[in-house]
Design a protein around this ligand. Structure first.
Ligand code: NAP
Length: 478
């Protein structure tokens, strides 16, 4: 049973839990029931959050890195201690199965631990100028008040991946979680409060609709940094907004990952990897394999084996015993998935398994495998659900060309027993990350991010903290 104390449903501004200008329901997408109502923020609440973050910034920036580190470390420990409850909350408001939610909590908590370790290692540089006329001192300072905007698909991981480095760097933040899944973000802020984060350093607002309020904050001179994770469509709008004041932007946007299975791949391993790359989070991941390119020489065997594994998954409410595929976040999202499949079939795609909206309540869509031609429109869309279109190719060169035929460039997957060949293909792929013979590579210790229209900047690893730091050069007369 979920500890009801964990469900926070107010805004958090200047160290206080407060009501806003209204309330909206948060639904359990597996049955359509209302979990609770959550406070929404109007202009005055958003302004108060910005003011609080602005007021708290000088003291937090000067707080000893060790102290900032220990608060983050404490938050990590609390999150691990409470992981069972947080996982249930994620499953309840997002729909994903409990095992995925538990995995997300472990991943999310790790960002607090990793950045507690990074907080005390913000290095600079001291050099002799080549001309010998001065010394070059390079230092890194916290940027300032940062607006963090997160999506619904990883309500814990996307929040800590931003809050961790921001606080480690000495920035103060306003977090705006997705309106479908605000409860997890609020639970995490409750943990940060208990871990000792000072008043005003972390604030959370849920303005609805998001657009006008976010625009106002981006035009407020006290806000100097934007860290956004979400769709490329909204990312483009925010980049335009941010350009008015030329503020720093870190953008983690959409993906449409190719999954390439070369003719010499271990088919069983590739199927296992694809089950993870496609089905983690029910396919609602920016890293989800969405375009499955398989060598014609092995495609029949591969498709049979993969379709069998997909067809065997148990679809059920996320928290029910043995569930392997939960609900999508909403009926609206589920319907988008169904429309993409129907259109793919109309243009010649063949359903190998799944492909039919089930009767009954809940935003469910079954695990679906399609075989399609390389020109099928479905390959142009980020599917964000449990649907895998398979395309055959005839050469490594063709696989690379097909994979790169996309406006996105977040992650790619390559399977081959020949590591040299896999590396050669990986180096030709236009994506910020490549998984070789693995279905999952996200790691708080590694730089996560994309090229092309999948975004700007990196989160995690040694790079993540620099999204919240400004480089300053001091030239010293000697
Ligand atoms: P979304 O529609 O872009 O929303 C993301 C966030 O932006 C939400 O908090 C949303 O608020 C807010 N938002 C929406 N319209 C806005 C506007 N006009 N101005 C300001 N803020 C606005 O994305 P989503 O459907 O939640 O998430 C799925 C997308 O996220 C996919 O494209 C996925 O690939 C991407 N994603 C990328 C990564 C990565 O690391 N690259 C990771 C996870 C997800 P409301 O909820 O209140 O509308």
């Amino acid at each position: 049973m979920l500890n009801l104390m964990l469900i926070r449903n107010q805004l958090y501004i200047d160290g206080k839990w407060v009501d806003g200008n209204g309330k909206v329901p948060v639904f359990d997408p597996s049955n359509g029931e209302v979990i609770t109502e959550v406070a929404t923020a109007g202009d005055s609440e958003c302004d108060a959050a910005v003011a609080a973050a602005h007021k708290a910034f000088p003291a937090w920036a000067k707080t000893a890195p060790r102290v900032r580190a220990e608060i983050l470390r404490k938050a990590f420990e609390l999150m691990i201690a409470e992981s069972e409850n947080i996982a249930k909350l994620i499953s309840m408001e997002n729909g994903k199965v409990l095992s995925d939610a538990k995995g997300e909590v472990a991943y999310a908590a790790e960002f607090f631990r990793w950045f507690s370790e990074e907080a005390v290692r913000i290095a600079g540089d001291f050099r002799h100028a080549p001309s010998g006329d001065k010394r070059i001192l390079v230092t890194h300072q916290p940027i300032g008040v940062s607006l963090l905007i997160t999506p619904w698909n990883f309500p814990a991981g996307m929040a800590t991946r931003k809050i961790g480095p921001a606080l480690a760097a000495g920035c103060t933040v306003i977090l705006k979680p997705a309106i479908e899944t605000p409860l997890t973000a609020l639970a995490i802020v409750d943990i940060l409060e208990r871990a000792g984060v000072p008043q005003g350093v972390v604030n959370v607002v849920m303005p609805t609709p998001a657009g006008p309020a976010v625009s106002k904050m981006l035009h407020d001179s006290r806000v100097v940094n934007l860290s956004f994770t979400g769709s490329t469509e909204v990312g483009r709008v925010l980049l335009k907004e941010a350009s008015d004041r030329v503020i720093r932007c870190s953008m983690e946007l959409g993906g449409n990952a190719p999954f390439i299975v070369l003719e010499d791949a271990d088919i069983d391993e590739a199927v296992k990897g694809l089950m993870l790359a496609k089905m983690r989070n029910g396919g609602a991941a920016c890293t989800a394999a969405n375009r499955i390119y398989v060598s014609r020489k092995i495609s029949q065997k591969f498709t049979e084996s993969f379709s069998k594994a997909m067809g065997a998954l148990k679809m059920a409410p996320g928290m029910s015993e043995g569930a392997q595929l939960g609900a999508s976040v909403s009926v609206k999202e589920r319907n988008k998935i169904a429309e993409l499949v129907d259109a793919a079939v109309k243009s010649g795609g063949k359903i190998e398994v799944g492909g039919k909206v089930p009767d009954g309540i809940g935003a469910f869509y079954p695990a679906t495998v399609l075989t399609v031609e390389k020109s099928n429109e479905i390959l142009k869309h980020e599917i964000f659900g449990p649907v895998a279109p398979i395309v055959e190719f005839d050469s490594d060169h063709e696989a690379i060309e097909l994979a790169n035929e996309s406006e996105f460039g977040l992650i790619s997957y390559v399977y081959s027993k020949d590591v040299k060949r896999a590396i050669q293909v990986s180096e030709a792929l236009q994506s910020g990350m490549v998984a070789i013979n693995r279905g999952l590579i996200s790691d708080p210790a590694a730089p996560f991010g994309g090229v092309k229209q999948s975004g700007l900047g990196r989160e995690g690893g040694f790079d993540g903290i620099h999204e919240f730091l400004e480089t300053k050069y001091l030239g010293i007369e000697i």
